[in-house]
Design a protein around this ligand. Structure first.
Ligand SMILES: [Zn+2]
Length: 482
């Protein structure tokens, strides 16, 4: 699709957790952008808080792409090595789920990987360029541990191979940790043979008398890789020894990303390993953060079950800056859905009025609005400010249809609402006055009364093909636009 764009995306600035500042995006390779995001641990459902951590890189990719960069996006699947506790203790999460459910590792990881991928699609995210699995990259992880061992940065104790943080004086810098405090508060209580509480497992050894469901031979004995080394090895393999942006949830800063930085910068002898680290804040579902371990499992399916379009959550995501905690309630997402429907309604009306051709747009009217939208996003992905421009463009009476469609079609590169193909969501319920549809509904009711289920299903499918679903109401069945 071509737009009359006089304005290009201004230079992009992003907040870097390591430097604690908004910095200009300066790519390692001119014209390209490489992004790695910590993906799901596939032992259970990915909740909406996890999806916020995926929506951040989706927004980032789209903004960089609109800015003219050739973007490569890698996000992994952690199917082994993520322990129940961040403290190098407890069982592997997938292994624990297998013991609890009696399912095989493949059943568990296959099922939850598919749930994650399906929910990404329902939220309108672009497909990743690569989705590497930790279990398929064990040799790369062993090689990285061997490099660290050769550098004298590791030691072996009963339960595994550990990274010795005393060999890397910059360890605390990334997250501004106080290592003396860590020692005092005992971040890690139970792995008592560790020399320092911050030392972390690179390779966990299987107990000598028992086999695990997932284990591999290594120079140190049979076992499995630690969670942190997975991301370092896979990111390096697919994005190189120095890449642009690494993202993840804010909860990864103190342990997972601190450890990724330590082992990668040591093994690769590369500083910085990653130019910009971006972290999204939590989704707040009440008094505590959403977490699989606490019983609040709100997923994309929860929204669908509530009759909410998953794209409403995309809109909701943009309503808060990614670095702010965002309060989540079903009603707030429902309101986001209402606002989204208004925008789609105006966009579709403008699009259809000009037959999808925005060439008649008046640059004097559109370009200041276009500039405001892209300036907001180039300023550390300011979603709320960009969304305010979208809302005003949708209803501004000064704009012609060509103006409106020129802007909204352009903005949709980042919004991802599918405006080019959308149908008007507010054209719903007109079908109640359509005698043909009323006739079909009456036929279906009669078919059901005759227990002619095949005919009833045929009529349901016919309506579904027109984007209508049958809803039972006190006035009998009605066809509503989905
Ligand atoms: Zn990671």
């Amino acid at each position: 699709m071509r737009h009359n764009r006089a304005v290009t995306v201004p230079p992009i600035h992003l907040y870097d957790t390591r430097r604690r500042a908004v910095v200009p995006f300066e790519p390692v390779v001119p014209g390209k952008a490489s992004i790695y995001t910590c993906g799901p641990t596939v032992y259970g459902p990915q909740h909406l808080g996890n999806m916020r951590s995926q929506l951040l890189p989706d927004l980032l990719r789209r903004v960089l792409r609109a800015g003219g960069y050739d973007v490569t996006f890698v996000t992994n699947v952690t199917d082994v090595g993520h322990l129940v506790s961040d403290a190098d203790e407890g069982d592997d999460k997938v292994e624990a789920a297998a013991a609890e459910t009696g399912q095989s590792v493949e059943e568990i990881t296959g099922h939850w990987t598919e749930q994650w991928a399906g929910d990404r699609r329902r939220l309108g995210m672009l497909e990743p360029d690569r989705v590497p699995y930790a279990s398929k990259h064990v040799p790369e992880q062993i090689a990285m541990i061997q490099t660290l061992e050769a550098q004298g940065r590791t030691y072996v104790i009963d339960d595994g191979v550990y990274f010795d943080v005393s060999t890397y004086p910059e360890y605390a810098d990334f997250a501004h940790l106080n290592l003396d405090d860590l020692e005092a508060t005992g971040r890690v209580e139970n792995v008592s043979d560790k020399r320092h509480p911050a030392d972390f497992a690179l390779w966990k050894l299987s107990p000598p008398d028992s086999a695990r469901l997932q284990e591999w031979d290594s120079p140190w004995g049979r076992g499995f890789p630690g969670w942190h080394i997975e991301c370092s090895a896979m990111a390096t393999k697919y994005l190189g020894r120095h890449f642009d942006i690494h993202t993840g949830g804010i909860d990864h800063v103190r342990v997972h990303h601190t450890n990724e930085v330590a082992q990668s910068e040591c093994a690769l002898e590369q500083h910085p390993w990653v130019n910009i680290w971006m972290h999204n804040e939590f989704l707040d579902v009440g008094t505590e953060k959403m977490s699989k371990s606490k019983g609040h499992v709100l997923t994309v399916q929860t929204l669908v079950d509530e009759g909410i379009d998953p794209l409403a959550f995309r809109y909701f995501f943009l309503q808060a800056h990614y670095r702010q905690q965002q309060n989540f309630t079903i009603d707030l997402v429902r309101s986001a859905g209402t606002a989204l429907r208004r925008i789609v309604h105006h966009a579709v009306a403008a699009r259809d009025a000009v037959g999808g051709d925005a060439s008649g747009a008046d640059a004097a009217r559109t370009e200041p609005l276009r500039a405001a939208f892209w300036e907001a996003l180039a300023d550390d992905l300011n979603g709320p400010r960009a969304l305010a421009v979208v809302a005003s463009v949708a209803r501004d009476p000064e704009l012609s249809d060509a103006d409106r469609w020129s802007l909204l079609a352009d903005f949709d590169q980042v919004l991802g609402f599918g405006l080019a193909d959308a149908t008007d969501p507010e054209a719903a319920d007109d079908s109640a006055d359509d005698p043909r549809i009323a006739g079909l509904l009456a036929d279906r009711t009669a078919a059901r009364a005759d227990k002619d289920w095949a005919e009833a299903d045929r009529i349901r499918d016919l309506l579904a093909a027109e984007g209508l679903e049958i809803v039972d109401t006190p006035d009998g069945p009605q066809a509503r636009r989905r």
